[in-house]
Design a protein around this ligand. Structure first.
Ligand SMILES: [Ca+2]
Ligand SMILES: [Ca+2]
Length: 341
């Protein structure tokens, strides 16, 4: 539905205005280690549940006060994506795009074009060589993004990658879609993070924080797909799982196969549980919550950013990849309307 992506690239990049106001994340290298230990030992109450101790990523550090990272130059630098027309065979489209990235203008090899993501103030994984552009048969179309997770590497400091895409405004309702393919033979172990939308203080990392939300995805054991939520009334210290289900059956990622995921968040009336949290996998509705509470009565934050966040963990060696693994991504679309359905 909607327009082909190639038709919307022209307005996809605008300088971020940084009105979001949430705490700025610091160097990603600090995101994992310290909070992973908190995740293991700080949750205390629910020691038997892996989901209670699994979040190694955090955005709670806020000493980086250089809030206006949105330099004007970087967005112009990405204008070459305008006119890219290699998104063939896709079922994605967007009438009101906020952001798109199909990687087709990128050079195969180590990824260098983080500026495409509104020039994030920090990242992890790029300089470490864990982010790569691939092409040819490996790519979905044109070129795609490949993330590396070295054997034994838990959390975003040891594997995967993280950065934040700050939007140029705060959105009451927003959709996010992307393609994802786990490598053939991928061993999911206990789980890992995949990107999602965030707002307010964007809590992660097993924190108690009633002034924001984060809505990443996760893979769990055997590739089970879930929405992984931090929200003001979360039950688990380290975030709540909302299982993707289709016909009463858990939805899973199949290694070696491209999947198309889409998230929809619509903010609740502050203090009223009337928010929407939905997800689609390969065009099928797999999560449909109509009474979600993203914000309490005293707050009016909304959807401020996308958190590109992917790593094994959790924390602890039992989350570690059993061999060198990769996950491929393509066709990121953030839109004010539906994208894949
Ligand atoms: Ca592509
Ligand atoms: Ca690019």
């Amino acid at each position: 539905m909607g327009l082909a992506l190639s038709a919307v690239f022209g307005c996809a990049r605008e300088p971020a205005g940084d009105e979001a106001g949430e705490t700025e994340d610091t160097a990603a290298g600090t995101e994992d280690g310290q909070t992973s230990s908190e995740g293991e030992t700080g949750s205390g109450s629910t020691s038997e549940s892996e989901s209670s101790s699994d979040d190694a990523g955090t955005s709670s550090e806020s000493e980086d006060t250089s809030s206006d990272d949105a330099t004007s130059g970087e967005s112009e630098g990405t204008s070459s994506e305008t006119g890219t027309e290699t998104d063939t065979g896709s079922a994605v489209g967007c009438d009101r795009p906020v952001f798109v990235n199909d990687f087709d203008d990128d050079t195969p090899g180590p990824y260098v074009d983080l500026a495409d993501w509104n020039d994030p103030p920090w990242d992890s994984g790029v300089e470490e060589g864990r982010v790569e552009i691939i092409e040819g048969d490996d790519a979905f179309a044109g070129r795609s993004l490949r993330i590396h997770y070295p054997e034994g590497g838990v959390g975003p400091s040891q594997g995967g990658a993280q950065w934040r895409l700050e939007f140029d405004a705060s959105y009451t309702e927003l959709y996010l879609a992307y393609r994802i393919r786990f490598a053939p033979g991928f061993d999911f172990v206990k789980g890992g993070k995949i990107p999602g939308l965030v707002g307010g203080t964007a809590p992660t990392g097993c924190v108690e924080d009633q002034t924001g939300f984060s809505a990443r995805g996760m893979w769990r054991t055997d590739g089970r797909a879930v929405q992984y939520m931090y929200w003001p009334e979360k039950v688990e210290n380290c975030g709540d799982d909302y299982d993707y289900m289709l016909d009463d059956t858990p939805v899973t990622f199949a290694p070696g196969q491209w999947h198309l995921v889409e998230h929809r968040l619509r903010m609740n009336t502050p203090g009223v549980a009337d928010g929407v949290l939905q997800a689609w996998m390969d065009g099928e509705l797999v999560l449909d919550e109509q009474d979600f509470l993203y914000r309490t009565a005293d707050y009016d934050y909304a959807v401020d950013a996308m958190y590109f966040s992917t790593f094994f963990g959790g924390s602890g060696a039992d989350w570690a990849p059993t061999t060198d693994e990769t996950v491929d991504f393509d066709d990121f679309v953030v839109c004010e309307g539906p994208i894949t359905h």
